[in-house]
Ligand binder design. Sequence first.
Ligand SMILES: C[S@@+](CC[C@H](N)C(=O)[O-])C[C@H]1O[C@@H](n2cnc3c(N)ncnc32)[C@H](O)[C@@H]1O
Length: 275
Amino acid sequence: MPDLVLSPQVFSILSALVEERVGLSYSLSEQDLFASKVSHRAVEAGFESMLDYYYYLRYDDPEQQEFRRLAETLLVHETFFFREAEPLRVAIEQFVAPRVARGQRARIWCAACATGEEPLTVAMLLRDAKLELHVDLIASDLSERALQRARSGTFSPRALRQHARHALAARYLESRPDAVIARAELVQSVDFRCINLLDKEAITKLGSFDLIVCRNALIYFSDQRAAHVVRTMAQALVPDGALLVGVSESLMRLDTPLVCEEHAGVFIYRASSTT
Ligand SMILES: C[S@@+](CC[C@H](N)C(=O)[O-])C[C@H]1O[C@@H](n2cnc3c(N)ncnc32)[C@H](O)[C@@H]1O
C-alpha cells in the first residue's frame, strides 16, 4: 500500500486534532511514524490525500467512527501481567487495606488498563491480601479492541513473559503453549469500561476512589494535557486517596494538587486530607 504524503502543515493540523480528542502528543521527530500509521488508515478508508482525510475527520465523520478507527491504530497497548507489581502491592496495602480494616468498602480504578493484565494483577493481589470481597475494581481504556481482549480473559503467551514463575500466576492463570487464560472469576471481578481520559464528565460519573492506578499512559501526553488529566483524577480521589503512576514517570513538574510521598520505597501521589 503506497504511503500518502504528509506535509508539515497537514501534520500540524492532524496531530493537533488527535491531541485535542485523545491526548496523544506527537513531536516533529515522530512525524514519520505518525505519517505511516495515519496514511495506512487513510488509504484503507479510501482517501487519496491526507488533507482530505483531515477534513473528513474534523467535519464529516459521523459520531467520530473513522476517528475511533484511526485512534485504534495510534494507541500503544504494551502491558503484561505483574508489571511493576510491588508498587501495586504497596499501594493496596497502604491505601486500600486500611479502609477495609475500618469496615468500609474500598474502590480502585485502573485507568488506561490496555488489554487488562494490570487490573487482573490488581485483582490477584487483592485476593492474595484477602480483600477482594470488600473492594470494587474498575478498569478502563479508550480502546474497545483492547477491552475486548481484557474481557475475554485470554491473552498471548507474551502477557506472562517476564513473570511466569510468580506465585500468583500458578493460582490464577493457566499457561498454555499458545495462550494465557485468566480464571473466569478473576476476569468477572473487574468492571471494564471504555473511557477517554480527557472525558471529565465520564470520570466524574465513576465516583470516588481510594486508589487510582494510571501507569504508562500519561507519557504519551503533553505536560499540559497530563496535568489536566491528573487534576481531574485528583478530584476523583477520596481525601487521603492516592494516584499511582509508572515507576519511570514523575508528576513533579506538573501543576497538580497532589503531594508526592514515599511509601515503603514506592512514590505515590496523595490527595490532601481536606480535598
Ligand atoms: C502502554 S499502555 C499502559 C497499560 C498499563 N497501564 C500498563 O502500564 O501496563 C497505554 C494505554 O493508554 C491508553 N490510552 C491512551 N490515551 C488514552 C485516552 N485518552 N483515554 C484512555 N486511554 C488512553 C491506550 O489505549 C493504552 O492501552
